[in-house]
Design a protein around this ligand. Structure first.
Ligand code: CU
Ligand code: ZN
Length: 369
């Protein structure tokens, strides 16, 4: 079929909205009609050419929500009409990692996904008769996409796709990190570095877990104020002495839990040092530039601080995303407030510009039906 999609043709140039070919789903695959898609920093990072593992041409986009339009042979868990959230981090339920229950890093389709192809090593996307690759296994800046069944979370159809698409990446990364990865304890003190969608998610998750003090650290007053509206109890501007500022406000020992959501390695270092001696747990969520290193003074670890990281906040997509959608429907996740701009697919480059200007939290693309 012919579909409209935002194609990354050349790194560093605006995406090109074009008509491309999409083949029907093969075994274990599903055709999804996209209803909404968030514009995430990772899309921009790849489009800019800064990511050395990026490839082109490809169809970008990975924060999608939509409805199942067709299922390929062998698909058992999804049917036409099901509402789904796309997962760049699949959950096969059968590999050694999925079975361990200890990680969300599913091994089933990693190699081909990293190369921009579906699990059988081919693409369903074509442009002028040539191979067009699938970004992050999702390619959701498009009217339709074909994805493996194991990379789609079936969610409650009552939820608005404009909100649930945020759970495909940014919002879940922060929320799940606090709920499931760090398992923040009631009454604890939490510090979140960075008030973008991921950091705001961590604030919301910490609040849901009953944290008593939730500090947000961000240079933008607007973002700090926003974080306080969704659950942060106190705000700091941060800077070179951020750790000292936090120690001064937490009986000199630091926070029970810290979350880093900036991708800046010096802030990751601050998040480690602001975690409490004895048991403080630092969860690193930001994606640092290739080759960058995080320096930690070993004494911080010897004296009991722990450091962990979590792609997608450690969320197992097919298990946890439906639960988060239910929490949203119960009024416990302020996803609608995170949507700052709405644009049609044609204006996806607008979404990138808004992000570069730090204007708003999230731009959501909507698709004409
Ligand atoms: Cu993302
Ligand atoms: Zn797996």
């Amino acid at each position: 079929m012919k579909i409209r999609a935002a194609v990354l043709v050349e790194f560093g140039k605006p995406l090109s909205i074009e008509e491309v070919e999409l083949d029907p789903p093969k075994t274990g695959e599903v055709l999804v009609k996209l209803e909404a898609c968030g514009v995430c920093h990772t899309d921009l990072y790849t489009a800019s050419g800064a990511d050395p593992s990026g490839y082109s041409p490809c169809v970008l986009g990975h924060e999608g929500a939509g409805v199942v339009a067709e299922v390929g042979p062998g698909v058992k868990s999804l049917a036409v009409g099901d509402r789904v959230v796309t997962l760049f981090s699949p959950e096969c339920g059968e590999c050694i990692h999925c079975k361990s229950g200890k990680t969300n890093i599913c091994l089933a389709i990693r190699e081909q996904q990293n190369l921009g192809r579906l699990p059988d090593g081919t693409t369903r996307l074509r442009r002028n008769g040539e191979e067009l690759r699938h970004f992050m296994g999702t390619s959701t800046f498009a009217e339709y996409t074909v994805m493996p069944e194991i990379a789609l979370a079936k969610v409650n159809p009552a939820a608005n796709p404009e909100a649930t698409c945020l759970l495909a990446c940014g919002a879940t990364t922060g929320i799940a990190a606090a709920l499931y990865k760090a398992e923040v304890e009631p009454g604890s003190t939490v510090v979140v570095f960075g008030a973008g969608l991921v950091g705001l998610g961590a604030v919301v998750g910490a609040k849901l877990r009953g944290a008593e003090h939730i500090w947000i650290v961000d240079p933008s007053k607007e973002r700090r104020d926003f974080a306080c509206r969704v659950g942060a109890t106190d705000a700091l501007e941060g800077g070179d002495d951020a750790v000292q500022q936090i120690l001064d406000r937490t009986d000199g020992f630091g926070a029970d839990y810290t979350f880093e959501a900036t991708g800046l390695v010096h802030v990751m270092g601050q998040a480690v040092e602001a975690a409490r001696m004895g048991w403080g747990l630092c969860t690193v969520l930001g994606v640092a530039g290739k080759g960058q290193k995080l320096e930690i003074i070993p004494r911080y670890l010897i004296t009991g601080r722990r450091v962990q990281g979590g792609s997608f906040g450690g969320a197992r997509g097919r298990t946890h995303v439906p639960k988060l959608v239910d929490l949203y429907l119960e009024g416990k996740l302020p996803l609608d407030e995170f949507i700052s701009h709405r644009r049609p697919l044609e204006a996806v480059n607008d979404g990138f510009e808004l992000m570069e200007r730090h204007d708003g939290i999230r731009t959501v693309l909507s698709f004409d039906s």
